[in-house]
Ligand binder design. Structure first.
Ligand code: NAD
Ligand code: UGA
Length: 433
């Protein structure tokens, strides 16, 4: 059992804290957001993540997990301090380290005993050194014994707890191997490969991994566009490719592009890091361009199907950037809605969990309580996020509700025959012309 403090209670921090408590550690989670901590103390979750509420409740009741806004209290007993604050993008693509620096300063102000600082936030290569400098500077009069370990996080939203408890690998990077080994001890019961590297390499593994996932998706999206013009079916092409063990099936679902709080900002940040250091990241630029084009292409196809988008009512199913999360950060749906609105379309949207978050960023959109309400009198319907509940749609009922007969299945969720049988014109992604 170790004493652990986790800074930041978002998708990564809260899940990490709850999982480390579940593994038997004494965990205190800190956030500067007072309302979030007050709610967490009453077992009200700030995010939608399957199984999280139960895990937090279980560990809070077992007195292994607690919450605070007070750095002094959070750090008092800590042997390990995990940083998991947000690292959003600046307009020029570089990473905004404001929250990270503030967390580092607060740790430096309040820590007075030997500690291992473990960074889980995704930060540009070299940021581990920045963290070390911040702590050193504040303790220059009386040096403090501490180590910095980079421990990039690879969990996905929607399956965060499972990913955290059953990771494919744990990566630990440090200039102090003994410190990295002590962090490795925390993960030893997870039965996964634990890789210890230098600090910069660990930080880079995170960016390279996300960039590779984005590349795979952009690759299959490009193939899907070629399939459309040549009359092939990308879903079967991807399946056929994936049966080759060297290729594998994951991240080959063609759709309306990748989004979310991380892939977009991390690819952009990697490109920025590359550029300012004299590299020319040609592939990454193309991966980004294909991703943007995928959304423009969807809007063009709807425009062609309806002659014009002006004053047309479009039902949008799915607002979160992927199923099983309420996160709408950089969600493809938001960009598509924006483009449709710019051409005069009227939007009626529905999402099973993302409505609250979407309502804070969407303007002039009718937010509906169900698929069928969103479809009422719509000229066309576009599925952007493939939530399970959309699999069960009653297409006959949908046809009765809608004014028009255009269905754009942006995630290839439905069987085209089922949709067509109900009287719709079906468009998929890369499923023939
Ligand atoms: P988030 O925005 O959901 O949560 C961040 C939390 O940090 C917020 O609750 C915020 O109030 C808190 N915070 C900000 N400044 C603070 C400070 N100075 N002290 C204490 N708390 C502070 O962020 P997230 O999605 O959990 O991402 C966190 C980091 O993990 C990012 O670097 C992200 O790139 C990385 N990451 C995210 C995911 C994911 O699926 N979301 C997966 C892997 C890695
Ligand atoms: C991604 C990575 O998968 C995680 O390993 C990483 O930890 C995380 O980013 C992060 O750094 O935050 P996440 O953002 O939760 O996880 O989402 P993914 O499941 O990877 O999906 C990202 C986007 O790609 C979604 O918009 C999804 O719809 C899209 N996608 C995914 C496709 O279009 N096709 C696919 O085959 C897979």
């Amino acid at each position: 059992m170790s004493n652990i403090c986790v800074i930041g209670t978002g998708y990564v921090g809260l899940v990490t804290g709850a999982c480390l408590a579940e593994l038997g550690n004494q965990v205190i989670c800190l956030d500067i957001d007072k309302a979030r901590i007050t709610n967490l103390r009453s077992n009200i979750m700030p995010i939608y993540e399957t199984g999280l509420k139960q895990l937090v409740e279980h560990n809070t009741q077992a007195a292994r997990l607690s919450f605070t806004t007070d750095y002094k209290e959070a750090l008092a007993e800590a042997e390990f301090v995990f940083i998991s604050v947000g690292t959003p993008p600046n307009p020029n693509g570089e990473t905004d380290l404001r929250f990270f620096r503030a967390a580092a300063e607060s740790i430096a102000d309040e820590i007075n005993h030997p500690v291992i600082i473990v960074n889980k936030s995704t930060v540009p290569v070299g940021t581990g050194d920045l963290l070390t400098d911040i702590i050193h500077k504040k303790h220059s009069a009386k040096p403090l014994k501490f180590s910095v370990v980079s421990n990039p996080e690879f969990l996905r939203e929607g399956s965060a707890i499972n990913d955290c408890m059953h990771p494919d690998r744990v990566v630990l990077g440090s200039t102090n191997r003994a410190a990295a080994q002590r962090v490795a001890e925390l993960y030893k019961n997870l039965n996964c490969p634990i890789m210890i590297t230098d600090l910069y390499t660990a930080e880079m593994i995170k960016y390279a991994s996300n960039a590779f996932l984005a590349t795979r998706i952009s690759f299959i999206n490009e193939i899907s566009n070629i399939c459309e013009t040549l009359g092939a079916d990308v879903t079967q092409v991807a399946h056929g490719m994936g049966l080759d063990k060297r290729i594998g099936t994951s991240y080959l679902s063609a759709g309306l592009g990748w989004g979310g709080s991380c892939l977009p900002k991390d690819v952009t940040s990697l490109m920025h890091m590359a550029s300012i250091n004299g590299n020319n990241p040609l592939l990454l630029q193309t991966v980004m361009d294909i991703n943007r084009n995928q959304k423009c292409r969807a809007v063009s196809r709807l425009r062609e199907a309806l002659d014009s988008l002006d004053k047309k009512v479009i039902a949008v199913l799915g607002l979160s950037f992927k199923p099983n999360t309420d996160d709408v950060r950089d969600a493809p749906a938001l960009e598509i809605i924006h483009m449709l609105q710019q051409e005069g379309a009227l939007i009626q949207a529905y999402d099973p969990q993302g409505m609250d978050a979407a309502s804070t960023v969407l303007k002039n959109v009718k937010l509906c309580q169900s698929t069928y309400e969103a479809a009422s009198n719509a000229d066309a319907l576009i599925l952007v996020t493939e939530w399970n509940e959309f699999k069960q749609i009653d297409f006959k009922l949908l046809r009765q509700k809608m004014r028009g007969n255009i269905i754009f299945d942006g995630r290839n969720l439905w069987d085209p025959d089922d949709v067509q049988k109900a009287g719709f014109v079906y468009f998929g992604v890369g499923r023939g012309s």
